[in-house]
Design a protein around this ligand. Structure first.
Ligand code: C2O
Length: 283
C-alpha cells in the first residue's frame, strides 16, 4: 500500500539525538485539507545556478528570507515552521496512519526525492509570494554546482521501496547517500553536539543553505532522467500514490501525492541549463 499523509493531530515529540535542545516541531493544525491541483497555465520559471545569479536576485532572495523569518511564529509560512517540517517528517514526530508503532520517515527510501521536491515547491512558493512587490517572477531556490553517481536503475537511484505498514529506513539511493549526506555533514558545525544545524536531520533545515543543497539534489533527479537506459521514474502505484501534507503560501493545508511531482514543468519550474562536466568525469 502507499504511505498516506500523516495525521497532524497525532504529531508528537520528535526523537532527538543526545544533546539536542528539546523542541516541538509539529505544525499548526488545520482541519481543512485541500487536494493539490496543478497551477493553471503555469509560467515555467528557471531556478538559476547559485554561482550565476546577479546582485538584484541575491538581494531579493535575502529580503524574501528576512520577511519569512519576520512572520509570526505560529504562521505556517514562518521560517522556523518551515524548518520544523523537516524535523517532523524525519525524526519520528509522525507515525504511519493505521500503524502507530511505525515512524513516518522520508529518508533512506524511495520517498526521499519526491518528499524533498514537494518541500522545496511550497517553500519556494511562500518565498515568492512574500516578495511579489519586488519581483513578481522570482524563483528563489538558489542551487550550487554538484555531482552525482549515474545510477543505472530506478531502485539504485531512488532508494528501496517503503510502503504503508513497513518499517522505515529500508535503504536510500546512491545520491541520497553520496553526495547528499556528506554535504550535510561537511556544512554542519562540528562544535555542536550533533553537527547542528546541517549535520543532523532534526535541525538541518534551520540553515537556509539546506534549501539550496536540496534544489541541487532535486536538479540531479531531472538530469538523471535524461541519461537514457532504464533511468526513469518508478511506476509502482505504492510510490506514486504515497503522499504528504504541506501548507502553501496562502496558509492552506495541501495534500500532495508523489505522482504529481514527477514533471517539474507542471509545477512551474525548470533548472538553468548549465554544463555538467561531472557527467563525463570518472570518480
Ligand atoms: Cu531531508 Cu538533506 O535531508
Amino acid at each position: 500500500a502507499p504511505i498516506s499523509p500523516p495525521e497532524l493531530t497525532k504529531c508528537g515529540p520528535p526523537d532527538l539525538p543526545a544533546g539536542a535542545k528539546p523542541i516541538n516541531c509539529c505544525p499548526p493544525i488545520s482541519s481543512n485539507i485541500i487536494d493539490f491541483t496543478f497551477p493553471k497555465n503555469p509560467q515555467v520559471k528557471v531556478r538559476p545556478a547559485g554561482h550565476l545569479v546577479d546582485a538584484t536576485y541575491l538581494r531579493n532572495y535575502e529580503e524574501a528570507l528576512r520577511r519569512m523569518k519576520a512572520l509570526p511564529l505560529n504562521d505556517p509560512r514562518n521560517f522556523t515552521q518551515q524548518a520544523n517540517i523537516h524535523c517532523a517528517y524525519c525524526d519520528g514526530a509522525y507515525h504511519q496512519v493505521g500503524f502507530p508503532d511505525l515512524d513516518f520517515q522520508v529518508h533512506s527510501s524511495w520517498l526521499f526525492f519526491p518528499f524533498h521536491r514537494w518541500y522545496l515547491y511550497f517553500y519556494e512558493k511562500i518565498l515568492g509570494s512574500l516578495i511579489k512587490d519586488l519581483d513578481p517572477n522570482f524563483c528563489p531556490s538558489v542551487l550550487e554546482l554538484g555531482f552525482t553517481q549515474c545510477s543505472k536503475t530506478p531502485t539504485l537511484f531512488f532508494g528501496s521501496a517503503y510502503r504503508g505498514g513497513e518499517d522505515s529506513d529500508p535503504g536510500g539511493g546512491t545520491v541520497e547517500n553520496i553526495p547528499h549526506g556528506p554535504v550535510h555533514v561537511w556544512i554542519g558545525d562540528n562544535t555542536q553536539p550533533n553537527l547542528e544545524d546541517m549535520g543532523s536531520l532534526y535541525s538541518a533545515a534551520r540553515d537556509p543553505i539546506f534549501y539550496s543543497h536540496h534544489a541541487n539534489v532535486d536538479r540531479m533527479w531531472t538530469i538523471w532522467k535524461t541519461l537514457g537506459g532504464k533511468r526513469s521514474d518508478i511506476t509502482d502505484p505504492d510510490w506514486l500514490e504515497s503522499g504528504f501534507l504541506f501548507y502553501d503560501e496562502k496558509k492552506n493545508l495541501i495534500r500532495v501525492k508523489v505522482k504529481d511531482c514527477l514533471d517539474t514543468t507542471k509545477l512551474g519550474y525548470v533548472y538553468q541549463d548549465v554544463d555538467v562536466p561531472w557527467l563525463e568525469a570518472k570518480p
